[in-house]
Design a protein around this ligand. Structure first.
Ligand SMILES: [Zn+2]
Ligand SMILES: [Zn+2]
Length: 169
């Protein structure tokens, strides 16, 4: 496994209607970028108990296709981007911030998360660690499912709710 950082990645939804490329800036904040959320909205939107994100600046992302791109206004200033055809989650966007978006880490293409495989089909590893390591911020740990999801947030910084709130010791 490598901790080498990618220069660029691609991703999108299952049907291909939404596609993007990220060209990472030289000052990309690799420490802060990978984060998770366990709020109920993220759970329902992702269908997963933990939603993994990777924060990118608006200037780092290029939309290659937005033909099925849609946004759901989930709360004041907050939008959830998804594909209106295949239903994949793409991003969580705070228009109040306006300069960055939280990319759904699972929408990143497999070649960047998993990489090539050996003869036994075992993944050789790609950029999974810099893109989605668990040492960043974990939001809404108040919603942890004891005995299930709490094992994923033992490293990194735990926030009882969002980042506006004080980090939990
Ligand atoms: Zn789609
Ligand atoms: Zn959330």
């Amino acid at each position: 496994m490598s901790t080498e950082k990618p220069k660029s990645i691609t991703g999108g939804c299952n049907c291909g209607g939404v596609r993007y490329r990220v060209d990472f800036a030289t000052d990309h904040d690799w420490k802060r970028a990978p984060n998770t959320c366990q709020c109920t909205q993220c759970r329902k939107m992702s269908g997963s108990l933990i939603f993994h994100f990777h924060t990118v600046k608006n200037t780092e992302i290029t939309w290659l296709s937005k033909s099925t791109y849609a946004e759901y206004n989930s709360s004041a200033d907050f939008f959830r981007a998804f594909c209106n055809k295949c239903g994949c989650s793409i991003a969580w966007i705070n228009f109040g911030v306006g300069t960055e978006i939280e990319l759904a880490a699972g929408s990143i293409d497999e070649e960047f998360l998993v990489g090539n495989r050996d003869a036994d089909d075992k993944p050789l590893g790609a950029y999974g660690i810099p893109l989605a390591n668990l040492e960043g911020e974990h939001l809404y740990v108040r919603n942890e499912i004891v005995g299930v999801t709490d094992a994923h947030t033992v490293h990194g910084t735990r926030f009882w709710k969002g980042t506006q709130n004080t980090a939990q010791a």
